[in-house]
Design a protein around this ligand. Structure first.
Ligand code: SDX
Length: 428
């Protein structure tokens, strides 16, 4: 059978053969379908890109119906159990797991780029103490980019790798400094003896001790959470990274834009909203009334539930739920856990959620862990951004090197006023 689509335009009776490749047709192949010579030709209309592939990618594979997530073909469950965040970041960026010498070099380079230019502290000082950490993160990433004007040489391989190392390295320092600014604590500097996640905990929680000793179980839990958040194919923030990067701007500016997209409550901001929702519910007994409000369609959403792609349990949520119990062994159980478990139990049985295939997503349980680890709610999307940084950079780099790609510039359906003349104010 030919891999083609035969389209008959009933307006003209003409028939067209359009090739099918990788389960898609090229939207530009529709432009030949016109009802007369003046016609621009057919376009597709796909608000929010519900059914549009914007790129070819070999980085992350998701099967939404079967709840499968793989980075470069490796199941997320195996990476969460056996890998580290830096090793996974290397995998996403380079396509293969590193050899020992490659991992040692990558780890050395990231570890030795965690320090920030001291001028960046002045950027933080410009913020009020209660400025949201994501607002600070976005600004600091953009400011960081101005320190390295050579980052604009995006097609120079060595320069691009240097910027990627710097960004992966410095996002933990930027996030930690943003936290310390919020709580009025002096900045704690990176400790090169520590691993990536240990170093982040050091810069967040170190007080007067000369050497901060992170709790191994908490450092491990954080590292797993970073792995789980590292990439997720063409989500809103990654698509933003690609679109902004398609103008050939430097990676810092593109990443600041991606972080801004992640900040939204429907995306990376959901983990913070989940805790606000559980706190508002207050007790297990109030869960049925809350579910009723959600189902009444009063615009109240069950935050941390639902997904554009997963129409099954988000595999990351399953792993995070296990990590939660390990963390609570150390920190004590988060009292909101029982409310979360009851919400999940009821929702998974309720026709409203079952019919809409709404399951817990990556954000449903992650906030419970962050809160138990004593991170304030405002920091939760920043923690998401730290993990997603390697995915954003991997997707950005893949876009740059993809011969199919060029500057993103969608079309529109014009619904505005037909041509008309300017009217003097006396006649309006
Ligand atoms: C992330 O894309 C990614 O990969 C994102 C992410 C990543 O790793 O990058 O996985 C991270 O962003 C996870 C999602 C975090 N957001 C939330 O938890 C916010 C709550 N979830 C929803 O807002 C929603 O489910 C979305 C935004 C996640 C997905 O929205 P869609 O695909 O546009 O689906 P929709 O809004 O069209 O919903 C379909 C139906 C609607 O009902 P009807 O109009 O058919 O009656 O399901 C309902 C929605 O009202 N619905 C919900 C719901 N989510 C969808 N109803 C109640 N609670 C919810 N959470």
């Amino acid at each position: 059978m030919p891999e083609t689509l035969t389209i008959t335009d009933n307006r003209t009776g003409k028939t067209y053969e359009v090739p099918i490749k990788d389960g898609t047709i090229r939207a530009t192949d529709l432009r030949q379908i016109k009802f007369d010579e003046l016609d621009f030709g057919l376009m597709t209309y796909d608000p929010a890109f519900m059914n549009t592939a914007a790129c070819r990618s070999s980085i992350t594979f998701i099967d939404g119906d079967r709840g499968i997530l793989e980075y470069r073909g490796i199941p997320i469950e195996q990476l969460a159990e056996k890998s580290t965040y830096l090793e996974t970041a290397y995998l996403l960026l380079n396509g293969e797991l590193p050899t020992q010498s490659q991992l040692d070099e990558w780890t050395f380079n990231v570890t030795h780029h965690t320090i920030l230019n001291e001028k960046l502290k002045l950027v933080l000082d410009a913020f009020r103490y209660n400025a949201h950490p994501m607002g600070k993160f976005i600004s600091m990433i953009s400011a960081l980019g101005t320190m390295y004007p050579e980052a604009k040489n995006i097609f120079d391989y060595d320069n691009r790798q240097k910027q990627i190392q710097r960004i992966v390295a410095k996002v933990i320092t930027i996030a930690a400094f943003g936290y310390r600014h919020m709580v009025g604590m002096p900045y704690a500097y990176p400790d090169n003896d520590l691993s990536y996640s240990e170093n982040f905990l050091n810069m967040i929680f170190k007080t007067t001790e000369t050497k901060y000793k992170p709790h191994p179980a908490l450092a491990k839990a954080l590292d797993v959470l970073l792995i789980l958040h590292a990439d997720h194919e063409q989500n809103c923030s990654t698509s933003t990274m690609r679109v902004v990067g398609s103008s050939h701007v430097d990676p810092y500016s593109a990443l600041a834009a991606a972080a801004a997209a992640l900040y939204g409550p429907l995306h990376g901001g959901a983990n913070e909203e989940v805790i606000r929702m559980l706190t508002e519910i207050g007790s297990k007994d109030n869960v049925p009334a809350f579910i009723k409000k959600v189902k009444a369609g009063e615009g109240v959403k069950l935050m941390g539930f639902g997904h554009r792609v997963y129409k099954n349990y988000d595999p990351r949520a399953k792993i995070i739920k296990q990590v939660a119990y390990e963390v609570f062994e150390v920190t004590g159980k988060n009292p909101l856990l029982d409310i979360a478990l009851e919400l999940e139990r009821i929702a998974l049985e309720d026709e409203y959620f079952v019919k809409r295939k709404l399951y817990p997503n990556v954000d449903f349980y992650s906030g419970l862990i962050y809160q138990a680890m004593k991170f304030p709610m405002d920091m939760f999307p920043v923690l998401f951004a730290i993990g997603r940084t390697s995915g954003w950079l991997a997707q950005w780099q893949e876009m740059l090197l993809d011969a199919d790609q060029k500057i993103s510039r969608p079309r529109q359906i014009f619904t505005g006023s037909p041509r008309r003349d300017y009217k003097p104010i006396s006649q309006r």
